[in-house]
Design a protein around this ligand. Structure first.
Ligand SMILES: *[C@@H]1O[C@H](CO)[C@@H](O)[C@H](O)[C@H]1NC(C)=O
Ligand SMILES: *[C@@H]1O[C@H](CO)[C@@H](O)[C@H](O)[C@H]1NC(C)=O
Length: 177
């Protein structure tokens, strides 16, 4: 085989695997509210609706969600029946979390929602926000995530005290293209 042909095949196979990996199918398995240690200032009231199991509900924020709070997001994956941590674990002040994580990886899924992007508003004013029929779009998570059962635990904390959060279990699989 000529070197040129070899190169072309190599490029094609890389492009091909990138294409396949570039699309993830997501099914939401469960969603659970995390209560605060003492009080729940940030209530994530979501449930799964319809046959498609879309995420639907409200986030009730009882005090302004500002940089006094940290938002941490850990991703675990199921290995041999146990939840194991992956290399995805972030912990940022609220506005940095919104800019670096929410805007980039989640906002695209929240099409029918008034949860502000960081560019629209941060801190997030106290109040009730909604998100309807959220279908998780995970196409830009591929380089971070594993396939199979994945659990994302988001918690709002201040001085290591938890004030609310949400625990979502997802099944990720490759989309057949
Ligand atoms: C939680 O409440 C208990 C009992 O009221 C109190 O002793 C503790 O300091 C509180 N913890 C935090 C982190 O607020
Ligand atoms: C979905 O959430 C919205 C906003 O909270 C709510 O008005 C609606 O009733 C919910 N739909 C279902 C099917 O639960």
């Amino acid at each position: 085989m000529s070197l040129e042909l070899h190169k072309v095949l190599l490029v094609l196979s890389i492009a091909n695997s990138a294409l396949v990996r570039a699309a993830l199918e997501v099914r939401i398995e469960s969603v659970t509210k995390i209560f605060g240690d003492n009080e729940t200032l940030f209530e994530f009231n979501f449930r799964l609706v319809g046959r498609q199991r879309l995420l639907n509900g409200t986030v009730i924020i009882h005090v302004d969600l500002d940089n006094e709070y940290d938002v941490s997001n850990d991703v675990l994956s199921l290995r041999n029946g146990e939840w194991e941590s992956t290399n995805v674990a972030v912990n940022f002040k609220t506005c940095k979390y919104m800019a670096l994580i929410y805007d980039r990886y989640f906002a695209v899924s929240f099409k029918d929602s008034n949860i502000p992007k960081s560019t629209e508003a941060c801190p997030i004013k106290k109040g009730e926000y909604y998100a309807r029929n959220v279908e998780v779009i995970a196409d830009n998570w591929v380089q971070y995530t594993k396939l199979g059962l994945v659990r994302s635990i988001l918690v709002v904390k201040k001085d290591n005290v938890v004030y609310g959060g949400i625990d979502v279990v997802l099944v990720l699989s490759q989309k057949i293209m």
